[in-house]
Structures are given as structure tokens and as C-alpha cells.
Write a protein that binds this ligand. Structure first.
Ligand code: NAP
Length: 478
């Protein structure tokens, strides 16, 4: 058989996950004019686009416009989408290896990191990611309940997810009504009893992970004041030296300037308040059966031997009463049966996207990773473009150097040839017969957009698999 990539033997690639990393990878592969490539993309949900659909805040519609690029990729010859297929359960890693020259795992980071403090699991203490999935109508989270009758919410973490949830808690009904926020979430958010959203950063204003536009937005809320006590933005020695140095990231320096500007403002008496506190770590979440308060420790900063500025507990404590805690301290990846996994890092061990055995560092032939499950949960959507190129370059180098096994030839089953292996559709018909093609997804999309139109909203999302699959049925038979 000729090397993969020729018209007789196109390079057959499976991509598991249809978020930005998966789509940029598909684009890098399918745009190549010097080789024949076929890409089958799998997703556990009937809907594509991963965090662009279920992560990006509904009041950030511009960020979601990247979907247009992904739609273009989906129209490229050689692209197929198989939604509503659970890789790991309905289709295994071994199944995919049997059907494709290469499998690229792009399934992101499904869980959250834990604080490891007492009371973390009390009722009313949630991972921010749960809340994000809920207001974004992710079908697995539609029936979650958040007590928004409370007066104060504490958000833990200083990243953009923390900024997103703080903003979502502070939007007015009119602002929410223009978005694709889940229908079940709009009235609860708009009419909530929440008056104060306290956002806790364990380090200082110069170390916050927010990006500048996200910080600025917190000060531009229609009906929420931004509150920072002046003392909170006074830089300690370590931070002052950092901000004044050439090593300072422009984002960090600008953040400090914006925070300082906020600290100089007088509150306007708006309905809600977003309060930013720095150098504060939660040490315990208290309550009788449900969250009633967070005990917070005050930190000082210290530069470690590795150069990283760390938060060190001073022993000073205060207690903040609240009815809801959203822990926004980062996502974490989970492993997949049949693939190596680095538990501590929450990623699949890899070398420029080539999956490797953690102990020996030896490459696992035909297996690749991209996106957050490759490098951890960092960066913005566009970061995945370059990351995808890196993985595709590794894969194509392996193709060129003959390191890609021919699919279907199982070394443990001598004599079994590639053409004896039936196509992936036959396997899916057996294991996941309700799989959703890209055309079927377009029907779901059309139906959601049509539901939103009379309300002047971009779409009204379906919140259950049943509704999605019903809408998908409208796809004309081939
Ligand atoms: P992130 O940016 O990594 O922020 C995590 C935050 O949690 C940091 O402030 C971190 O503080 C803090 N933290 C970690 N462990 C902690 C602990 N034990 N106690 C207290 N605080 C702790 O993560 P993210 O907010 O989940 O966002 C993930 C990625 O998605 C980021 O790259 C983000 O920029 C991106 N994103 C972008 C947008 C957007 O562009 N609008 C929106 C959402 C998300 P330390 O710095 O001290 O570790």
C-alpha cells in the first residue's frame, strides 16, 4: 500500500473533540494541497464547538464569531462530523486506532481543580465551571441548582472565568435578554437577590490572571459598581519591583493601572457591587449543611527560588458571610482508557503533540494531542491555532518518516489486513446509532436560531439531548 496521503490511500485522521483546538487542527490538515487527507471529528455532544458554545460568556457574542471559521472548515472536502458519540464509552481508543492512521485527542479539560479546604463540598459551594455550563445550557448541567436568593456570592480565583461569572451575576435583565444565556438561567440571574459579588485573588493585583479587557469590563457594568479599597492596590515590595522592571508583562502592568483607577472611584449606588480583594485565600467554607461563610486568610507575597511569586499565609483571618461560593481556580483534564495520562498535570503526556509513555518517553504510534488536554487549561481561543499547527507538524513529520502504522493491521492479530476492517459508520451504527452528522447539527443550529429570532436573541439553546436529537431529525435524507 502507498504511503498515507496519496489519493489511493488518503491520510485518515480522527479528531476527538470539536472545540477550537479540534477545528484548527482539522483546518491545518484539510487545507493542505500536497496530500489527500480525510478528517472525522467526534464529539460527545450532538453540538460542536466545545467551549465556544458552552464556555464563552453569553454577553461576549463577538468571541463566538470564530465559529464562522469552523463552519468553513466543516465544508472542506474530506471533513465529517460525528456528534453524540462518546469516545471512551461507545467507541474506544483501540477502535479508533483500528480505523485511522492517526487519532488526535482534543477533548479539553472536563473537570475543575480543587481547593482542598474544609467545607469545599458543602451545598452552595460549586465549581465555577458548573455554573458556566448551566448558564450556557450544557445538557449535562441544565438541571443544576444554584441558590441565587442569597445576598452575597464569593468567587474564588483571579482568572477570566472568575471575571465571566462575576459579570454574569451582575448583568441586568435587559442585558441578559439580548444573549443566548439558557432560558432557565435568565430569570434566576436577572431577579436574583445577589447584591455583592466578592472576587478573591490569592496573590496581588500585579499577579492577577485576568486579561485587560475583562478587567475593564468589570468597571463598565450597567447596574453594578466596581469596588476596590485603596489599600488593596498598594503594591508590596516584590510586586512594585516587578511592575517597575522590564520583565513585567504589559498585561500585568495595565491591570494594576486599571485596578488603581477603580480604587479611586466613588461607588454610584448601583443595584449590585463587584468587590475585588487581593492577597486573600479561602481556608475554610463554613455552614450548617450549606454555605454560610468563607474564612479567608491574608497572604503576603514571596519570590521563590524558581522565580515565581508565591502567596504565603500570614495567619491573619476574617470571615465573609455568603450564600454561594464559586470556585474558579482552573480546569483539570481527565484521562481516557487506553491512553497514558499524567494525573498530577491533568494532561496526556506528549512531546509536541505526540503522545508518549510517561516513564520511557517512548512515542505511542498514531496517537496525538492538541489543546488543553495537551498543554493544560491556559491561553485564549486563538492560542489553539498555533498549538494545532505544532501537533499537525509532528504528525506530518511522522507520516513523511514512515512512523504511522497502517490502520486495521493489528500486530496481535497476524494476517488481519486493512481492508477486512469495516468502515467507522458500520461501527457507529452498532454502538452509537443516534450519531449526529454536520448537516444534522445544522438543523439543530437552524432551529435554535429560529427560536431566538422573535425575541431578538442570537439563538435559544436546547437544553436536553432529546430536543437536540429531535431537531437533528429534520436533516434531509441523502
Ligand atoms: P486561570 O486563568 O488559570 O486562573 C486561575 C486563577 O485561580 C488564578 O488567579 C490562580 O491564581 C487561581 N488559583 C489557582 N489555585 C488556587 C488556589 N488553590 N487558591 C486560590 N486561587 C487559586 O484559569 P481560568 O480563569 O479557569 O481560565 C482558563 C483559561 O481560559 C485562561 O487562559 C483564560 O484566560 C481563558 N479564558 C479566557 C476568556 C476570555 O478570553 N474572555 C474567558 C474565560 C477563560 P494564581 O495565579 O496565584 O495561580
Amino acid at each position: 500500500m502507498s504511503a498515507p496521503g496519496t489519493p489511493e490511500n488518503p491520510l485518515r485522521v480522527a479528531i476527538v473533540g470539536s472545540g477550537p483546538a479540534g477545528f484548527y487542527t482539522a483546518e491545518h490538515l484539510l487545507k493542505r494541497e500536497d496530500m489527500a487527507v480525510e478528517v472525522d471529528m467526534f464529539d460527545r455532544l450532538p453540538t460542536p464547538y466545545g467551549l465556544v458554545r458552552a464556555g464563552v460568556a453569553p454577553d461576549h457574542p463577538k468571541i463566538k464569531s470564530v465559529i464562522r471559521m469552523y463552519e468553513k472548515t466543516a465544508t472542506r472536502e474530506g471533513f465529517r462530523f460525528f456528534g453524540n458519540v462518546d469516545v471512551g464509552a461507545e467507541v474506544t481508543v483501540a477502535d479508533l486506532s483500528e480505523h485511522y492512521h492517526a487519532v488526535i485527542y482534543a477533548y479539553g479539560t472536563a473537570t475543575d481543580r480543587h481547593l482542598g479546604i474544609p467545607g469545599e463540598d458543602l451545598r452552595g459551594s460549586h465549581a465555577a465551571t458548573e455554573f458556566v455550563n448551566w448558564y450556557n445550557a450544557h445538557p449535562d448541567f441544565a438541571d443544576r441548582e444554584f441558590d441565587l436568593s442569597c445576598n452575597r456570592v464569593v468567587v474564588i480565583g483571579n482568572g477570566n472565568v472568575a471575571a465571566d461569572v462575576a459579570r454574569m451575576l451582575a448583568l441586568t435583565r435587559a442585558e441578559l435578554d439580548e444573549t443566548d444565556t439558557a432560558d432557565h438561567a435568565i430569570p434566576l440571574l436577572a431577579d436574583s437577590g445577589v447584591e455583592e459579588i466578592v472576587v478573591l485573588g490569592r496573590r496581588g493585583p500585579a499577579q492577577a490572571a485576568f486579561t485587560n479587557p475583562e478587567v475593564r469590563e468589570l468597571g463598565e457594568m450597567l447596574d453594578a459598581d466596581i469596588i476596590i479599597e485603596r489599600g488593596e492596590v498598594e503594591l508590596d515590595e516584590v510586586s512594585r519591583a516587578y511592575v517597575d522592571s522590564e520583565d513585567c508583562e504589559p498585561t500585568n502592568r495595565r491591570n494594576v493601572e486599571i485596578f488603581t483607577g477603580f480604587a479611586e472611584r466613588e461607588p454610584e449606588g448601583k443595584r449590585r457591587r463587584i468587590v475585588l480583594r487581593f492577597l486573600r485565600s479561602p481556608v475554610e467554607i463554613r455552614g450548617d449543611g450549606r454555605v454560610e461563610s468563607v474564612v479567608v486568610g491574608r497572604n503576603r507575597l514571596e519570590r521563590g527560588a524558581d522565580g515565581r511569586v508565591r502567596a504565603v499565609d500570614t495567619g491573619e483571618r476574617e470571615e465573609i458571610e455568603c450564600g454561594l461560593v464559586l470556585r474558579s481556580i482552573g480546569y483539570k483534564g481527565t484521562g481516557l482508557d487506553g491512553l497514558p495520562f499524567d494525573e498530577a498535570g491533568g494532561v496526556i503526556p506528549n512531546d509536541h503533540g505526540r503522545v508518549v509513555e510517561p516513564d520511557s518517553g517512548q512515542q505511542v504510534p498514531g496517537q496525538y494531542v492538541v489543546g488543553w488536554i495537551k498543554r493544560g487549561p491556559s491561553g485564549v481561543i486563538g492560542t489553539n491555532k498555533k498549538d494545532a499547527q505544532d501537533t499537525v507538524d509532528a504528525l506530518l513529520a511522522d507520516v513523511a518518516e514512515g512512523r504511522i502504522p497502517e490502520p486495521g493491521i493489528d500486530p496481535d492479530t497476524p494476517g488481519r489486513e486493512a481492508d477486512e476492517v469495516s468502515g467507522i459508520e458500520a461501527l457507529l451504527e452498532e454502538r452509537a446509532p443516534d450519531f449526529v452528522s454536520f448537516d444534522a447539527w445544522r438543523e439543530i443550529d437552524r432551529a435554535e436560531v429560529a427560536r431566538g429570532e422573535p425575541q431578538g436573541r442570537p439563538r435559544v439553546k436546547f437544553t436536553t439531548l432529546e430536543e437536540m436529537l429531535e431537531a437533528a431529525k429534520a436533516v434531509p435524507a441523502e
